[in-house]
Every structure is written in C-alpha cells, then in structure tokens.
Write a protein that binds this ligand. Sequence first.
Ligand code: ADP
Length: 456
Amino acid sequence: MTRRVPLSRILLGSLALWLPTALVLILLVVLGDLPLRAAAAAALAAYAGIALVAGPLFSGLAQVKAAVDALAGGDAPLPEVDTISPTARELARAVVRLGRALRETAAGGAAARAGAEAVLAALPDPLLLIDRERRILSANPATSALLGAHLQGRDLAGAVRAPAVLAAADAVLRGGGPRIVDVDLPGPVERHLSAQVTPLDPPTADGAAAVLTLTDLTSLKRSERMRQDFIANASHELRTPLATLAGFIETLRGPARDDNQARERFLSIMADQAGRMTRLVDDLLSLSRIELNEHLAPKEHIDLPRVLAAVADSLEQRAAGRGMRIMLALPDDLPAVLGDQDELTQVFQNLIDNAIKYGRAGTVVAVSAGLSQRRLGAGAALQVAIGDEGDGILAEHLSRLTERFYRVDPARSRELGGTGLGLAIVKHIVNHHRGHLEITSELGQGSVFTVHLPLA
Ligand code: ADP
C-alpha cells in the first residue's frame, strides 16, 4: 500500500527545514555582504532542493508509521515500501521485517497454545490448573463430568470436597514436591479416585502454579472387590463338601469302623460330595477358559439342530427320571450360525439341565429354534428358546441370575446338585459368540431362556 503525503505537509515541512538558510541569507543581505538578487536566487534553490529531498523522506516516514500502526492494530496488513528515499526505505523495510517476525512468533505461540488446549480437552481424566492462591485457572472438559461446570476462578475447595486433596495442593503450593493421594468422593455413585498434584516451577505465564489430575479407580476397585468376592465364594463352595468328606472320613475311622451299613451310606454321601466338588472345579475351569478366549469371536459354521439333538439325547434319561420329556421343534432349513461346537453344547446342556431341575415333575421342556427378530451388530441372528413349566422366577432376580454363584434359592440349588455357575458360563459363552441371552419368566407358569446367535 503506497502512502501519499499531502503536498501542503511537504511544503510546510520543507519550509521549516529551509528557515535557518533563509535567515542566514537575510542576515547577509542586511549586512551588505550579499546582493539581494543573489540571496533570493540562493534561497529559492535551497527551498527547491529541500522540498525535493523532503518529499520522498516524508513519504517513507509515513510508511514506517503505517507499519507501526498496522502492528499495533493486531492483524491489519503491513504496508508495501515504495519510497525513493534510501534512508526512509531502509527504515520502513526494517520495521516491516520486524513486524513479520513478531507476527510469526505470535502465530507460533497461538498454535502451540491451541495444540496444548486440544490435548488437554482430549484427555479422558480430569485435569485442573491452579494458581498460587489455590484458585482454579482452567479445567479440561472431563473435569466437569466429575466435579460440575463453571469451576474457573473458584477456590479448589469449592470443587473438590476432599481434605486430603486440599492438603496435598497446599503442600505443593508451599514449595513441596509432587503428591499423590487416594480419595473417595461421595455421591449417588461413590467414586474412588487417585489425585496427583504436581508443581509447575516456574509458574506458567498465566499464573498456573500446579496441576491437579484425577484418575478414576472406581471400576478397578469394583473389579478387585468382585475378584475377592469370587475367591471367597469359590472357597466357601469347596469348603462345604470338603468339610463333609473330612467328617465322614473321621467317622469311618472311628465309631463307624465296623458298621457295614453305615459305611455304605456314608460312602454314597461322600461320592455325592466328591461329585459336587468335581462339578464345581469343572465349572470354574470352564469359566476361566472361556474368559481367556472371550476377545476372539468363534468362526466355525455350526448346525444348531444337530447340536440340540445331541444335547437332548444326552439329557433324555435325566428328564425321564423326573417324568419329563424334552420336545424339539426345529425347522429343517435353519441356516448355520458362527460358533464353537463345544461351547454351544455347554450352553444348551446347562439351559436344558436347569429346565429339568427347576421344571415341575411330569412336564415338558420345550426347545425351539428359528430366525431372530434381533440384529446382532449389523447382522441377522438365529434364536434358540428353552422353555420350562416350573415355578418361574421373581422379576427382581432376573438381572442377577447370570452372576457367579447367584441363586434364587441356594438350598434348593445345592440339593439339586447345582454349582451356581451354570448361567454365568452360559452368559460368558454367549458374549464370546457376540450373541445375546434373554430371560423371561412368569411366576407359576415357567421360564424361557432364549439365546440369540449371529448367522454364519
Ligand atoms: P445352579 O447351579 O444353581 O442351577 P445356575 O447358574 O444354572 O446355577 O442358575 C442360577 C440360579 O438361577 C439357580 O440357582 C436358580 O435359582 C435360577 N434358575 C436357573 N434356571 C432356572 C429355571 N429354568 N427356572 C427357575 N429358576 C432357574
């Protein structure tokens, strides 16, 4: 952009520069040292010369001023330098160069700040920057989900009501090293967090003196508690038959040593208990084997009617023992599913076995299959329903039936030889198949367990 300087300003400016020369010439004329004509000619020539030099110089200075104004005004474009005065040109170009360098530095700083903010925003864990007075300067979006919105400017105590975290922050702000403390945050769902306070030394330009990060350990603690519960339950389940076995061994060694009748009776009970322990250990091993492979979906093409017919055959005797029948309603043209033959055999064994155990004596276990209305992921599915005519299950138990060792009636389950792990195994296998288990039940009528599996 060319800067035009008004002619009047050039003429006036030149006049100011010419004035001392004019005064000297007047003095020389007054003293009689210079004829008036010569003085007038010299004055005219001096003024013309000054005006010729001053024009480009003033225009160059105007460009320097324009460049400085553009810099001060934020992102206005920097002027182009086109003055013919070498001095003004050098100066204006230097100012424009300085302006460009300043803008590049500022743009780099802004980009770096934007990048850092984007990284903080993407962090899944809450992170807060606090100043020397423990005030919150900024917080990333993950923080508001945990501690609420509008935290900026508040004292940390207003956001985190945990004395241990505040004490750690105070210690760090007094010049201490990084601190890590565990906190439990009360609320509708209690949260267990690990809070880390790290000093920023020196503090950042905007005054942040420490960083507080919060790591949510709630699910970690929950799974740790579940693991402990599981070990406690499994040990308890094994200890009971073990104690019975140990008791009978003592009796057989002592008071019942020569009692043939008692020995036969006790040995039969001991065999039952040993069987119970074997079933439990088998189920525990099945569970851990399935869990190990749960991330890899099975890929075999399985003909479900064949699997169901084989399972029904193997359980026919057991059903007959209670005067029950297993009725299969399986269409001939069912497409194959994606699965693992042994695992699917176990699923239907457990479900039909439960239907026999919990169904009323003399009733029918109905096994039917067909295309499912449900879509699994993006694909079509097939469903197998196992229905019994038992007492049914109260709705409040339905969602917990697939938990390990969860039983509606523990005494009845044990009496029937149950381990409390059958449905947990079913659930895990169905998950492994990327399928779905649905349980419906009506008190006094019976229950239906439906397995949906992806088509091959
Ligand atoms: P269990 O070895 O006790 O049968 P499961 O995991 O197979 O363990 O089943 C868990 C609980 O679910 C059982 O104890 C029982 O209370 C209930 N249950 C399972 N299947 C049925 C069914 N067909 N009818 C009624 N209750 C059932």
